[in-house]
Design a protein around this ligand. Structure first.
Ligand SMILES: [Zn+2]
Length: 631
């Protein structure tokens, strides 16, 4: 039987089981059952008098009750088989651009596209009457989002969108745009709010009449000189003021004369660069928060794949610092407990960070965090306030997790020079305050790289940090993690250490000892492999907080059986891996769901690569990373 486009449209907009599985298992969305429409009334008890017809939550807890747990969704689906469904934006890490053509939305889009080019194509919902919702993912979660892009175009981030399968009181229903991509793309830069600009513009200043031009500009130049400006800077400023405010403009030669004349006066500001003799530098030994691993007064980078417990390890360190306990594998008992600061974006303070820290024996009274929610922290904009808080609270350990979530306006994480605008002053803050600063970051997906290059974004972070630590899954034991040195400028790299998470509602870290595996070997899949073949490095999941289930793949190639490991985020992910491998010519992928094991026959190296890439490219789902562990 051939499925027609019409039939397909019907399925992807009305098949409730299919859609709900797609939303939760595939996208990881937080779903909210809502009241639906019956004719032009709301199905709720208020009926025709309802003021939010077919748009308000069915749950007493309202929007906060939304869930991304598939079993919970199925339960609601059984309970409310005809209900409308909403997707909660902020929890699902998305933003919705809402076009209402009745209020001039199409004109606003037209203007926007003239300015910025076409809106990036992404998963789009048609709301009827020519309106649409475009859904975008957010990479920098803590940045502020604009609320509108102009008349008729709202940008929604704190609410929820009603989506298919749902109806509205006009008699129509919500539908996915089949012409649009089936996945969400990154939000364009203009959806993020710009920092407030408080400087006065020239247009607000008065005009300088002919008789006052020379004196006024000389006075401005003198003041700029007093602030340490040189002739070029002064001339540039005078030119701008001359153009904006002088009527008529002063000749250019006069501007140069003024700039040069004030240049003779000494500046009140010390020159930026001061030179000295090395013999004047006091000799200092490095002081360590964690001996030979984390120095005071410097940056340390902590990296690892999502879900491996980077945050758990940093919390363990915070707990030790604040309770005055020695660091793992160290006999050095600190003189006294110290204060720590957490700048965190992914975990809630009340429901995650505090209970976790308390379970680990930390002293929460010694932990400082930023209460601000409305204006998220961004660097370099807030570095001054950060340093003030470190000094005021005598913070000796600062954890920024993940640090790329706090990049400010215009900072490009893939550009060395751009990142150094933050890293250089941040290193200086660490040095001035003697605070140990840990930058947590996720790994990039390039498993072929040397461990030094695995952190996401530019190498500048690794370069600026004096020490680097990676958290890697133990290739010998799925339940264990390794913590390995990837960089150490100050001391001999310490041996790789091993830890497991304890059982219980709030697991703690059990440091079990040291192993011989290096970071590069652990990334590659084990110490016993000399030069491992790494195939692909991507995830199926969009939800980085999920625990990954493991797939073990055995492939028969010329030289004998090879074993591959991969990680998938959900049973749906496992299924897709299975389909993918079958499609590439692996004739009998035997699978054992119980243990998550696939056995593959007739699979060559080249084809494996081709298929994994094929999937990532064309279906926009990403496969867990696969690597060979032995021959
Ligand atoms: Zn209602």
């Amino acid at each position: 039987m051939v499925i027609t486009m019409k039939a397909l449209k019907q399925i992807v907009n009305t098949d409730r089981s299919y859609l709900l599985e797609l939303y939760t298992a595939e996208y990881g969305w937080y779903m909210l059952p809502c009241w639906h429409a019956i004719d032009n009334r709301c199905a709720c008890p208020k009926g025709a008098d309802c003021t939010a017809k077919a748009k308000h939550p069915r749950l007493y807890s309202g929007q906060t009750g939304a869930s991304n747990d598939h079993n919970q969704i199925l339960e609601w689906h059984t309970q409310f088989p005809t209900c409308n469904w909403g997707v909660v934006h902020d929890k699902s890490n998305m933003v919705a651009v809402d076009n209402d053509p009745r209020n001039g939305g199409n004109e606003t889009v037209w203007d926007l596209e003239k300015k910025y080019g076409p809106l990036p194509p992404t998963k789009t919902q048609l709301t009827g009457g020519g309106g649409w919702h475009k859904l975008y993912t957010l990479s920098a979660k803590c940045r502020r989002i604009v609320s509108t892009l102009g008349p008729g175009i709202d940008v929604k981030h704190h609410g929820y969108s009603i989506i298919a399968p749902s109806n509205h009181t006009s008699g129509g229903s919500y539908r996915w745009d089949m012409e649009a991509p089936s996945y969400l793309v990154e939000a364009p830069e203009y959806l993020y709010a710009r920092p407030q600009n408080t400087s006065t513009t020239f247009s607000q200043l008065r005009v300088i009449p002919a008789g006052e031009r020379d004196n006024t500009l000389t006075s401005v130049a003198g003041s700029l000189r007093g602030h340490g400006c040189g002739a070029v800077e002064i001339l540039t400023s005078l030119t701008a003021i001359n153009e904006a405010r002088c009527t008529p403009e002063l000749p250019k030669a006069d501007l140069a004369r003024i700039a040069n004349s004030v240049q003779r006066y000494p500046s009140n500001v010390k020159p930026k660069i001061q030179w000295g003799r090395l013999s004047e530098v006091p000799v200092e030994t490095v002081k360590w928060l964690w001996p030979c691993r984390i120095p005071f007064g410097m940056l340390t980078v902590f990296e690892g794949d999502p879900g491996l417990g980077k945050s758990m390890v940093t919390m363990d360190l915070v707990a030790r610092v604040t309770s005055g306990s020695p660091m793992p594998f160290s006999d050095v008992v600190p003189v006294a407990p110290m204060n720590a600061m957490i700048v965190n974006c992914e975990d809630g303070m009340s429901n995650t960070v505090r209970p976790r820290l308390e379970a680990m024996g930390g002293d929460c009274a010694r932990v400082v965090y930023a209460k601000t929610k409305v204006t998220p922290i961004a660097f370099p904009e807030n570095l001054g306030e950060l340093e003030a808080a470190i000094v005021e609270n005598e913070v000796k350990l600062l954890v920024i997790d993940p640090w790329t979530a706090f990049l400010g306006q215009g900072i490009n994480m893939n550009n060395d020079a751009s990142l150094r605008e933050i890293l250089t002053p941040l290193s200086a803050i660490a040095e001035r305050t003697s605070c140990a600063i840990i930058l947590v970051r996720h790994l990039n997906k390039d498993t072929k790289q040397n461990s030094m290059y695995r952190g996401s974004g530019s190498i500048a972070t690794t370069a600026a940090a004096r020490c680097g630590i990676a958290i890697i899954k133990d290739p010998e034991d799925d339940t264990a993690r390794l913590i390995a040195a990837v960089k150490n400028n100050l001391a001999k790299p310490q041996p790789t250490s091993r830890f497991v998470l304890t059982e219980g509602a709030w697991p703690t870290i059990d440091w079990t000892g040291e192993v011989e595996t290096t970071a590069d070997q652990a990334y590659a899949g084990g110490a016993n492999v000399e030069k491992p073949t790494v195939y692909a490095a991507k995830y199926i999941s969009h939800n980085i907080n999920e625990t990954y289930s493991c797939v073990k793949i055995t492939a028969e190639v010329d030289t004998g059986p090879h074993v591959f490991y991969g990680y998938c985020s959900s049973p749906a992910g496992l299924k897709r891996v299975h389909f993918a491998l079958k499609a590439l010519g692996c004739n009998k992928p035997k699978l054992d769901w119980q243990n998550g094991i696939f056995e593959l026959n007739g699979l060559g190296d080249r084809e494996a690569k081709a298929t994994l890439n094929w999937n990532a490219k064309h279906e926009n789902f990403e496969i867990g990373y696969f690597y060979e562990v032995g021959k």
